[in-house]
Design a protein around this ligand. Structure first.
Ligand code: GAR
Length: 217
């Protein structure tokens, strides 16, 4: 098998998507290896799992930097030092400047807990319930300089049920996030999904079957 592509993961908290990527990459036939994990928060829970998995992990605390560009240079330096090919944002809750995004363009991915371009930003689950949507979900996308925007790689949908709380809905979506992120990254690395202008195109053989309808139709 060809050498594995090197991936860096940026986190700010729990790190469950980071864990899903680490666990996928631990499999022999997965085309990526996780070269490092960086947290901008010293107390991010995800750091402990990265340590357990023997992945080099670093804290680059944004509070230690007066200027955003210096914080981002430190991030970029660490990623370049580890020679990563791709960077996955996994619950990384800092907005990245256009300069950073430009530097990593086409190699920077994010996961967001909604079917983008709907419900960008924060408090997504509560806002979806309040809006009465019947399908929710998650999106993996290349990062552009606007928040929660950029060419969409993959999406997974789940139903919203009466009585759902934001926590219950978040849990249902998270289960899909953990599958979608490793699957989307794999497609990109294997060049079966490619950026074409503002969108991502798949190879012809990649097609989801059936439909998710709520109510069932
Ligand atoms: C995930 O639900 C992710 O989609 C979301 O934060 C959570 C992080 O959880 N990201 C965003 O809202 C980005 N705009 P995790 O730390 O357990 O992966």
């Amino acid at each position: 098998m060809a050498a594995k592509v090197k991936v860096g993961i940026l986190i700010s908290g729990r790190g469950s998507n980071m864990k899903a990527l680490i666990d996928a990459a631990a499999k022999k036939d997965y085309p990526a290896e996780i070269s490092l994990v960086i947290s901008n928060r010293p107390k991010a829970k995800g750091l402990a799992y990265a340590a357990k998995a023997a992945i080099p992990q670093y804290v680059i605390d944004h509070k230690d930097f007066e200027r955003r560009e210096d914080f981002e240079s430190a991030l970029s330096d660490a990623l370049k030092h580890a020679k990563v090919d791709f960077v996955c944002l996994a619950g990384f809750m800092r907005i990245l400047s256009p300069d950073f995004v430009r530097e990593w363009r086409g190699r920077l991915l994010n996961i967001h807990p909604s079917l983008l371009p709907a419900f960008k930003g924060l408090n997504v689950h509560e806002r979806m319930i309040d809006a009465g949507v019947k399908l929710a979900g998650c999106t993996v996308h290349f990062v552009s300089s606007e928040m929660d925007s950029g060419p969409i790689v993959g999406q997974a949908a789940v139903p919203v049920h009466p009585g759902d709380t934001p926590e219950i809905l978040a849990e249902r979506i998270l289960e899909q996030e953990h599958k979608l992120y490793p699957a989307s990254l794999k497609l990109i690395i294997e060049n079966k999904a490619r950026i074409s202008g503002a969108v991502v195109l798949f190879d012809d053989d990649i097609k989801a079957a059936g439909a998710l309808s709520n109510p069932p139709a």
